[in-house]
Design a protein around this ligand. Structure first.
Ligand code: NAD
Length: 244
């Protein structure tokens, strides 16, 4: 059986991707920063109900040593790592003029350094297997910029460059690497926006609604599937036509 690891998958988009990949038949390695993140939901039960194996791996993906231990444990548990989804991410928004250095550095390390850590470690496993699929979560903020998010948009733009680089470095070994760039999706991350901010965003979206987490998971499932075997180094926007 093939296995997939999804970072930051206790809730939100990551949990939806994990459930979708379980439905596709993958054994699932869930990851989040603490056990507590799993307490208020039933993601493990939902995944095992699909008839696949599921294990939780607690690790802070911004830390290389945590990732190293986790990737070894996942490989030992499942035997192979066929799909890596780099989903863990945070926001610490603020206008540049008022942003603290720590606020900038934290978002870069959680959103961007984590993707290096995981692609390097899992990439080594995939290169030896001569197959693998990597999907990274970027954002429309990384493609177009967004006021109040200089840290976040920097991290998400970097992910696009990293995705294209890894697609070029690992393509000859049968490993594809793509990114998805969601627009505004209903999750705990976007619940934090004020009603005024939410309305302003919806006015800009061609489809006049927020996206659902399953609408991200469906595209990730495609990129992990056999049908996407000749797709690499691409960034797919999933934004209901926010920009075009
Ligand atoms: P979320 O906050 O609901 O979930 C993120 C998960 O990542 C949480 O469970 C969190 O505990 C985990 N996490 C945070 N730091 C971690 C760390 N250091 N190590 C391990 N896990 C960690 O967010 P979401 O809305 O589901 O977003 C998922 C991804 O999609 C993020 O990368 C985000 O930037 C991206 N994204 C989201 C939207 C949106 O509208 N929600 C839009 C564009 C991109």
């Amino acid at each position: 059986m093939a296995a997939a690891i999804i970072t930051g998958s206790a809730r939100g988009i990551g949990a939806a991707i994990a459930l979708r990949l379980a439905k596709d038949g993958y054994d699932i390695a869930l990851n989040d920063i603490s056990e507590a993140m799993f307490e208020s939901n039933d993601i493990v039960e939902k995944i095992t109900a699909q008839g696949v194996k599921c294990e939780k791996f607690i690790a802070d993906v911004s830390k290389y040593s945590d990732c190293e231990a986790m990737v070894k444990a996942v490989k030992d548990t499942f035997g192979s790592i066929d799909v890596l989804v780099n989903n863990a991410g945070i926001t610490r928004d603020g206008l540049m003029a008022r942003m603290a250095e720590e606020q900038y550095d934290l978002v870069i390390s959680v959103n961007q350094k984590s993707v290096f850590n995981m692609m390097k470690l899992v990439g080594n496993v995939m290169m030896r297997q001569r197959s693998g699929r990597i999907v990274n979560l970027s954002s429309v903020a990384g493609v177009y910029g967004n006021p109040g998010q200089i840290n976040y948009s920097a991290s998400k733009a970097a992910i696009i460059g990293m995705t294209k680089t890894v697609a070029k470095e690992l393509g000859s070994r049968g490993v594809t690497c793509n990114a998805v760039a969601p627009g505004f999706i209903k999750t705990p991350m976007t619940d934090k926006l004020t009603d005024e901010q939410k309305k302003a965003m919806i006015d800009l979206i061609a489809m006049k609604r927020y996206g659902e987490v399953e609408e991200i998971a469906g595209v990730v499932s495609f990129l992990a599937s056999k049908d996407a075997s000749y797709v690499t180094g691409q960034v797919i926007e999933i934004s209901g036509g926010l920009m075009m």
